[in-house]
Design a protein around this ligand. Structure first.
Ligand code: SAM
Length: 291
């Protein structure tokens, strides 16, 4: 399967407040959330974004199933405002963002996200120029250490950066597999967690500018939502969750949002048994209460 969707029921309960409204799914992936919403609410319509070519292909494979109720745009969700404006859409009734990578992206060894990949790439959108290979092979010791620390909270960031620089003297680092071996020479396995986990997360976030994209998306949401429209964000690590929490709080203090999830929502124990990825999912929801 392309991707097992996390918390579909919870998302549908929170997101849809107008049963014949227009919604945005910022992260189509394999289209499972979009499909779930369309089946549950027969009169809603969805505009969906994804910048990945594979997601775009998936949309066209499933298009018939959506019966003209979905429009797909291959675009960075940070450009949501401009894209909706070009479609003559000024406001929507809800916005969903299930951020991060899909299982398909992660498991595909030709994408470079997983430890055994035979390339070093990590771009979700291949139209972007910066790859993990360029960062790992051409950034300075200090730049690498900063990236690993800032985006991976890697406490051995300096040692790992130095090991990469030393290894570079023997030639280009071409694969994710080589990179994880260099990291493993500096850091040991802990409770069966691959020692390269944090560095890989950091590189992925940096290459795709994930935190910046999320901040820009969130900054556009208030003016795009109708009154009582909702924003639902699912994130998978604390750096993202902190951004969402902060944004909702600011808007709530400003009288624009009411936060509907005082405590973050996590997947049920039944869901986490069937989908390991759902264990780290955190959902936050806010409703626009002021025009
Ligand atoms: C966790 S998956 C979403 C899975 C989807 N909800 C489903 O039901 O199949 C995240 C998706 O968001 C996309 N994505 C991540 N950041 C993006 C961005 N800035 N703009 C557009 N798409 C993005 C990825 O390409 C990936 O396909």
């Amino acid at each position: 399967m392309y991707h097992i969707p996390v918390m579909p029921l919870e998302i549908s309960q929170y997101l849809v407040n107008n049963s014949n409204g227009l919604y945005v799914d910022c992260t189509f992936g394999g289209g499972e959330h979009t499909s779930y919403l369309l089946k549950k609410f027969r009169d809603i319509k969805v505009i969906t974004f994804d910048w990945d070519e594979d997601a775009s292909k998936m949309f066209f494979e499933r298009e018939k199933e959506f019966k003209n109720r979905v429009i797909f745009v291959r675009e960075n969700f940070k450009n949501i405002k401009k894209t909706l404006f070009n479609m003559n859409v000024k406001k929507v009734d809800g916005i969903l963002a299930d951020i991060g990578v899909s299982s398909k992206q992660f498991d595909d060894l030709n994408r470079g996200f997983s430890f055994n990949s035979n390339i070093l790439d990590m771009r979700m959108d291949k139209r972007n120029l910066l790859t993990a290979k360029e960062v790992v092979n051409f950034y300075s010791n200090e730049e690498l250490a900063n990236i690993f620390y800032k985006y991976g909270q890697e406490y051995k960031s300096k040692e790992i950066a130095s090991a990469i620089i030393a290894r570079r003297k023997r030639g280009i680092i071409n694969t994710a597999y080589e990179l994880q071996s260099i990291i493993a020479s500096v850091k040991k396995y802990k409770k069966r967690i691959n020692p390269a986990t944090k560095v890989f997360q950091a590189l992925r976030i940096f290459v795709n500018r994930e935190l910046e994209n999320l901040k820009i998306l969130l900054s556009n949401v208030p003016e795009l939502l109708n009154l009582n429209g909702r924003i639902v964000v699912i994130s998978f690590h604390s750096l993202e969750d902190r951004i969402v929490k902060h944004d909702f709080k600011q808007n709530s203090v400003g009288g624009i949002y009411k936060i509907l999830t005082k405590k973050v929502i996590t997947a049920s124990s039944e869901e986490t048994k069937n989908n390991a990825r759902s264990r780290s999912a955190k959902m936050r929801v806010a409703e626009k209460i002021n025009v």
